[in-house]
Design a protein around this ligand. Sequence first.
Ligand code: ADP
Length: 161
Amino acid sequence: MPIALYPGSFDPIHNGHIDIAERAARLFERVVVAVYDSPSSKHLLFSTDERVALATASLSHITNAQVMAYRGLTVDIAHEIGATAIVRGLRATSDYEYESQLALTNKALAPDLDAVMLITNLRYAYLSASILKEVAALGGDISRWTPPMVREALLKRYEKL
Ligand code: ADP
């Protein structure tokens, strides 16, 4: 039964991520959304526990999806959970360069795993967690891009509530 790992920072999860998780859940028997504990290149707004809680609540409608935190190599956690594929979302062609580099690195580390790239839903093609945070911090309306609990968490963090 094919299992997919969908890894990322999810700081915080937004509708673009949720759309990818929903579509992956239709392609695979089970999807494990893995929240990366401490990406070295990113300054995170939410703790790992907070990001896991927001992702868990936002994906509760997907019966064959679960959320977990992880640290270390993505390929190691993929092996641990018995995944055969690593799912990623692709927005613009600019994502492609980084994602293909990542996929080729993972392939070199773990030849048994395949990367599955899902093209973004056109509605969320321009959406990123960093832009979402910037709009929230400046008091803009982010309700079309997030579930209500994520919006509230962002507004609280920026003290707009
Ligand atoms: P990273 O893994 O670089 O920290 P994120 O946590 O922001 O990235 O996103 C996790 C995955 O979701 C990545 O594959 C990313 O390309 C994808 N993703 C992010 N935003 C969108 C979006 N708007 N539409 C589709 N996929 C997205």
